[in-house]
Design a protein around this ligand. Structure first.
Ligand code: UDP
Length: 452
């Protein structure tokens, strides 16, 4: 018999591709052959970030259509989701048929994806399946309870709120605002509707997978995991622990900031990054810049090329000159390496789940500034449950002011309790991933099971 061969097909956005890549490398280490499926659009972006010799020799990367035209906007989640559901499963099916029909390749023995429509191919083609949730168990538990939310009169059957209120999924779970339900945290009604419908369907389909994996651990989210006993936590998966290098990134990393970090005092630098989607208008971008300047600390700020709505230079006048001796701005950072650097003091973050896991794994406390989707519930996990961060609040005009940024940076760095708790959480997470730890045992169980 040949090697076990997994086809790995993530939902095609940055925050889903990276953890699927990390899972793939773990499986390579366990003797798996991996065929990793990106959309053509993402494949080109990833390839463009690699230098000579940096290609991934262990994983076979393939590209398929995402169903959108070249010029269409991949940041429009509604549009992307509809196109992907329509096209991607068919493309993956053809790919599997080609691989399994050829004499010189090991047959695909399992399908790994966070998209139920791709997992649905498994039973049809006689192949085992594993759903892999790249978000926390809290949002997964919420999605699994949608029927209950409808039955108990909290939401309408179309996902809209009956009234704005505070609810708890169980007595052990944190209280949450209903307006923070994932599908309601998108910025327009059409995307909210598509997000709700696709969430309902995806949850039904993923529940039929042979394995349901989640990038979390019992130590991080015991209450949420108790609500979804069919889900196996195997995280946090980090590239740095298996690879020491980042792969599957859509922007080229600027590693010069690591040299700069080497020159900063221990625990002095404020790291500021908002993941791959967050967009600021010029007023908010301006205010953030002034807040970092006012906070009087060294800072490393990731300013993606597409981060402001307006393409012109959004920095306040004279900003670069005034902060030059204590600041670095980069287009895309090697974030996992940055967060593990001893010079980092705290993380101003949009609370994407990957960023959250990376910060916790390195014992770095948070200032939370969520943008959309599950980031509001991740903020609540960070601030209300783990108590390892503070919220940045908006003023009456909907802006996080420079004063708020300065005051919260000071408050966070002066809080010994938060520092102690984040160190304890880091310890627990490290233990769960080490030999015999809960996530490590779950991962071994999955690897053994999926090969039978
Ligand atoms: N990331 C990175 N460099 C950056 C910003 C982000 O490598 O400058 C990575 C980060 O480490 C994380 C991912 O991009 O693994 C972002 O995922 P997350 O879930 O935090 O946010 P999303 O992009 O999905 O909103």
């Amino acid at each position: 018999m040949g090697k076990p061969h997994a086809i790995v097909a993530p939902y095609p956005v940055q925050g889903h591709v990276i953890p699927h890549m990390e899972l793939s490398h773990r499986l390579v280490n366990c003797g798996f052959k991996i065929t990793f499926v990106n959309t053509e659009y993402n494949h080109k972006r990833i390839a463009a970030t690699l230098h000579n010799g940096q290609e991934d020799n262990q994983i076979h990367m393939v590209a398929i259509s995402d169903g959108l035209l070249a010029a269409e906007d991949r940041n429009d989640i509604g549009k992307l989701t509809e196109a992907v559901i329509r096209v991607l499963p068919r493309e993956v099916e053809t790919l599997i048929k080609n691989i399994n029909g050829s004499d010189n390749q090991d047959d695909i023995t399992c399908i790994i994806s966070d998209m139920g429509w791709v997992l649905e191919l498994g039973p049809k083609m006689g192949i085992q399946t594993a759903a892999f949730f790249t978000m926390g168990a809290g949002p997964v538990a919420l999605m699994s309870n949608i029927t209950k939310l409808i039955d108990t009169g909290i939401i309408n059957p179309d996902g809209t709120l009956i009234k704005d209120q505070i609810v708890q999924l169980s007595t052990a779970m944190p209280a949450m605002k209903t307006s923070h339900f994932i599908w309601l945290c998108f910025h327009d009604l059409n995307t909210q509707k598509i997000a709700f419908d696709s969430t309902v369907k995806n949850t039904q389909l993923t529940e039929c997978a042979n394995w349901i994996l989640c990038n979390t651990s019992y130590e991080l989210e015991p209450a949420a995991l108790a609500l979804i006993p069919n889900v196996l936590p195997i995280g946090p998966l980090l590239a740095s622990s298996t690879l020491g290098q980042s792969l599957g990134h859509f922007w080229p990393e600027d590693s010069t900031c690591l040299t700069w970090l080497n020159q900063q005092p221990a625990r002095s630098v404020v790291y500021v990054a908002f993941g791959s989607f967050t967009i600021f208008d010029c007023i908010q971008f301006h205010e953030l810049a002034l807040g970092l300047e006012l906070s009087d600390k060294p800072f490393l700020w990731v300013v993606r090329p597409d981060m402001t709505k307006e393409s012109s230079d959004a920095y306040p006048e004279g900003f670069h000159d005034r902060v030059a001796i204590r600041a670095q701005m980069v287009g895309w950072a090697p974030q996992q390496k940055v967060l593990s650097h001893p010079s980092i003091a705290c993380f101003i973050s949009h609370c994407g789940w990957n960023s959250t896991l990376e910060s916790v794994s390195n014992g770095v406390p948070f200032l939370c500034w969520p943008y959309f989707a599950d980031q509001f519930s991740n903020q609540s996990q960070i601030c209300d449950v783990w108590k390892v961060g503070l919220e940045l609040n908006k003023d009456q005009s909907g802006i996080v002011s420079q004063k708020e940024i300065k005051e919260k940076v000071e408050k966070l760095l002066g809080c010994d309790g938060i520092r102690t708790r984040i160190s304890e959480l880091k310890e627990k997470v490290t233990k769960s991933l080490s030999h015999g730890g809960s996530s490590s045992r779950n991962f071994e169980m999955f690897v053994d099971g999926i090969q039978k």
